[in-house]
Design a binder for this molecule. Structure first.
Ligand SMILES: Cc1ncc(COP(=O)(O)O)c(C=O)c1O
Length: 401
């Protein structure tokens, strides 16, 4: 009898974490490494949020809480949805978990049966397909490449839906492409979904506040109220409030699903950290004025990175609407040989050669289901970004074809 479970064979370790770990090892060995692989803001959690956590500790808010969130946080989340998304939810329709990641995992674990299909536009966040597989479902990736703005088209959605489709996962703005769906584009997808009442939508809005050039964020439950009862709208404090380590994510959806998710959570992790929950209350109800300067800073970095990467021969980098990632194509680098003698026959080979020869860590497109490309996270300082892009350009200039 094997010691390890068969479920483990269905999933691979997170490739983004693998690349970050390799970069850390090289740095520990004394190499000059610039990491463009991590998916988190490079600034600290705002002071008033940290103070709220300290206050929570002092006031003894250190015990188990209700499984899927304290009432104060659920109330703050309801107010957030009303204020920012014109969505009206009751606290019983809210679930709080240990990061958006756990919330999504709970939803899939609570709903998927063997053979159930989940439509996932590619490139996708690395965890979606693996979570679907862990939960016993079948991921159905649908290619949405740069030629279509990395967005799923309505006819593709129509073609991908089968009687076994349980969920469509939408992520806007997207990790890894940065692409956002505006309300007209969501409207067109909603029209397809209205024809297929058995399909639910998981809308991952975690990058909501990072949108550029006047792009207006929209979410599908808001665009089409008739879909609200079959949509789980996921969000969290990690990205907007620079709170990745605090581990608070949340979702709003139909009560039956929210209750089922709480059942999964109650038998796995119980409540998310009590102190972090109080910090999240402060994040959602406190001053929001730091969001705008952060957004502006990220937009400036996006422009810097897109402009510099497009100067590298063999790289074509679209300018996305949001998040803190770009997803350049390296189609024109495939088949080349690097200065160090490495054959670039895939984007993984490109990323490995780039790391070994220049000390720049990116994540290969293979991890996100759309090749040949790589993902750059520009959540790092401008000088580092400039230097990294110059190294990438030099690396590409050194490729012989
Ligand atoms: C698209 C997307 N969704 C969800 C998450 C989960 O974030 P957290 O678990 O920190 O809330 C991430 C984090 O990288 C993400 O990129």
């Amino acid at each position: 009898m094997p010691f390890l479970s068969a479920a483990l064979d269905r999933v691979k370790p997170s490739p983004t974490i693998a690349m970050t770990t390799r970069a850390m090892e090289m740095r520990a060995a004394g190499r000059d490494v610039i990491g463009l692989s991590a998916g988190e803001p490079d600034f600290d959690t705002p002071d008033h949020i940290r103070e709220a956590a300290i206050r929570a500790i002092r006031e003894g808010r250190t015990r188990y809480t209700a499984v899927d969130g304290i009432p104060e946080l659920k109330q703050a989340i309801c107010a957030k949805f009303a204020r920012e998304n014109s969505l009206d939810y009751a606290p019983s329709q809210i679930s709080v978990g240990t990061g958006g990641k756990q919330v999504i995992y709970n939803a899939l674990m609570a709903t998927l049966n063997p053979g159930d299909e989940v439509i996932i536009p590619a490139p996708y966040w690395v965890s979606y397909p693996d979570m679907v597989l862990l939960a016993g479902g079948t991921p159905v990736p649908v290619t949405a490449g740069p030629e279509q703005g990395f967005r799923l088209m309505p006819d593709q959605l129509e073609a991908a839906i089968t009687p076994r489709t349980k969920w469509l996962i939408l992520c806007s703005p997207s990790n890894p492409s940065g692409a956002g769906y505006d309300s007209a584009q969501l409207r067109a997808l909603a029209d397809v979904l209205l024809r297929h009442p058995h399909v639910r939508v998981l809308s991952d809005d975690i990058y909501e506040h990072l949108v550029f050039d006047g792009f207006r964020f929209a979410t599908i439950a808001q665009v089409e109220p008739r879909l609200k009862d079959r949509t789980l709208t996921v969000n969290g404090v990690s990205k907007a409030y620079a709170m990745t380590g605090w581990r608070i994510g949340y979702a709003a959806g139909p009560e039956e699903l929210i209750r089922a998710m709480a059942r999964i959570q109650s038998q796995s992790t119980s409540n998310p950290c009590s102190i972090s929950q109080w910090a999240a209350v402060a994040a959602l109800t406190g001053p929001q004025d730091f969001l705008e300067p952060n957004r502006t800073l990220f937009q400036k970095r996006r422009d810097l990175v897109v402009d510099l990467l497009n100067q590298a021969p063999g790289i074509a980098c679209p300018r996305p609407q949001g998040a803190f990632y770009v997803y350049p194509s390296i189609a024109d680098c495939i088949g080349a040989v690097s200065r160090g003698g490495r054959r670039i026959d895939s984007d993984t080979a490109f990323a490995e050669a780039l790391l070994e020869e220049t000390g720049v860590a990116v994540v290969p497109g293979e991890a996100f289901g759309l090749s040949p490309a790589f993902r750059v996270s520009y959540a790092t300082g401008e000088d580092q970004l400039r230097e990294a892009c110059l190294r990438i350009r030099s690396f590409c200039e050194g490729l012989s074809r």
